[in-house]
Design a protein around this ligand. Structure first.
Ligand SMILES: NC(=O)c1ccc[n+]([C@@H]2O[C@H](COP(=O)([O-])OP(=O)(O)OC[C@H]3O[C@@H](n4cnc5c(N)ncnc54)[C@H](OP(=O)(O)O)[C@@H]3O)[C@@H](O)[C@H]2O)c1
Length: 379
């Protein structure tokens, strides 16, 4: 009797929670709005920026006039000379899993892009801001809405001086991709000199940085890529390359101390088999490169690997990279000393961002896809 009553009340409670969740979701969905619904006037001090009012394919992106930002006391106004795109920007499609964060019906943030490199045009009044930077300084960093003529950035956050030997395009290729590689290998993978490291997805935006950063730590690097990229991955320092169209890297006799996986197309047991005892697999790829139907299954596979690895000696770790000034400075030094050189695949103008994202969606970029903002301004 007692069990029956408990079951009855639990069912009722679950039903109430489900109905409430549905109602909250319904209200959140219809209340979800963004500045496109509010802004009707023409900007007083306009600049060009990539804007998306709706979720959808890259076709929803428009190059529009928006208000030029004004820096507060702690900010720098940076004139963007180059930017770059990342798989992160493909969230314009509005995957349902993250809509509670992005906005249920429409994107809360209508601006796009993170990586930029440019010239400081104005510095906030706070001495802390002015102490580090002055107008005319060439900088690079990460800031939401970077696909624009200007960004305002907090001087003490993710912004650093651009190495003199790097172009704006090269520097703009760095922030998200190189920090993902650095934090994955150093902080999550605990990379050590002399280790054997395998990088799956070595030819992409993150992978080309990962190969060079892993080499800078004095490791023996194996890069996994397709036939057309073998020479490029070798040329940036990989000691060995595996052509994934001809050979399955999980079926060889090689063992690795660290796997840096940007693709996530192998199971927990397949990857564990090629790890040395106590080895680490850093699952950096969130669903693998490009936009494809298998993203959900890959994410589930990585979740499964994470849980399964709790019961074995080998570690399977996932993470979200965090942009910060200290790591930008480290990457700046690596570029200054020639240990890391960004690999740039294609260049697009600001007005061509939809085409750039369509290319990224294919999942076969060779290094980074860069947006040149300056050229647009001249035209
Ligand atoms: N954890 C984080 O914080 C974080 C941060 C940034 C990015 N990511 C994730 O990391 C992944 C890679 O990002 P990315 O910027 O490097 O993307 P990307 O530049 O679009 O990567 C494209 C590369 O992936 C390669 N690739 C595709 N299928 C492959 C396969 N089966 N085996 C090996 N390589 C394959 C392609 O080589 P081929 O043309 O030769 O096939 C291409 O060079 C994405 O899933 C992204 O979401 C995670």
């Amino acid at each position: 009797m007692k069990i029956k009553r408990i079951l009855k009340w639990s069912t009722c409670a679950i039903l109430v929670v489900l109905i409430l969740a549905f109602l909250v979701g319904f209200v959140a969905y219809w209340r979800s709005t963004n500045e496109c619904d509010r802004n009707t006037g023409t900007p007083a001090n306009p600049m060009k920026a990539i804007v998306h009012c709706e979720y959808g394919t890259p076709d929803v992106l428009k190059l529009e006039d928006v208000e030029k930002p004004v820096p507060n006391d702690n900010q720098l106004l940076v004139r963007v000379r180059a930017a770059s795109v990342n798989p992160l920007d493909l969230t314009i499609r509005g995957p349902w899993l993250i809509r509670p964060i992005l906005g249920m019906r429409k994107p809360k943030d209508t601006r796009l892009g993170v990586d930029y490199a440019g010239i400081v045009e104005a510095v906030g009044k706070n001495p802390a801001a002015g102490g580090q930077f002055k107008p005319g300084d060439e900088v690079f960093g990460g800031k939401n809405g970077a696909l624009a003529d200007y960004v305002c950035v907090l001087a003490d956050r993710s912004v650093a001086l651009k190495p003199a030997n790097m172009t704006f395009e090269q520097a703009a290729a760095v922030p998200v991709a190189a920090i993902t590689a650095l934090q994955g290998l150093r902080d999550k993978g605990k990379i050590q000199p002399g280790q054997k490291v395998l990088i799956n997805g070595a030819s992409g935006g993150v992978g080309t940085f990962a190969v060079q950063i892993a080499k800078s730590f004095g490791t023996e690097v194996t890069g996994v890529c397709s036939t057309r990229n073998l020479d490029m991955v070798r040329s940036i320092g990989a000691d060995h390359v595996i052509d994934y169209t001809k050979e399955d890297f999980t079926k060889t006799d090689q063992r690795y101390d660290l796997i840096f996986d940007l693709v996530g197309n192998h199971s927990f047991s397949e990857r564990r088999r090629i790890l040395n005892p106590n080895g680490i697999c850093v699952m950096a790829g969130i669903g693998g490169a490009g936009w494809h139907d298998g993203i959900g299954m890959r994410l589930l596979g990585e979740l499964n690997a994470y849980v399964a690895s709790r019961f074995v000696h080998e570690k399977f770790i996932t993470y979200i990279a965090r942009l910060n000034k200290a790591d930008l400075i480290i990457l700046g030094d690596l570029m200054q000393t020639g240990k890391v050189t960004p690999v740039i695949d294609r260049r697009y103008k600001l007005s061509e961002v939809p085409a750039a994202l369509r290319y990224l969606e294919e999942g076969h970029a060779r290094g980074k896809v860069v947006i040149t903002v300056e050229r647009d301004n001249k035209t």
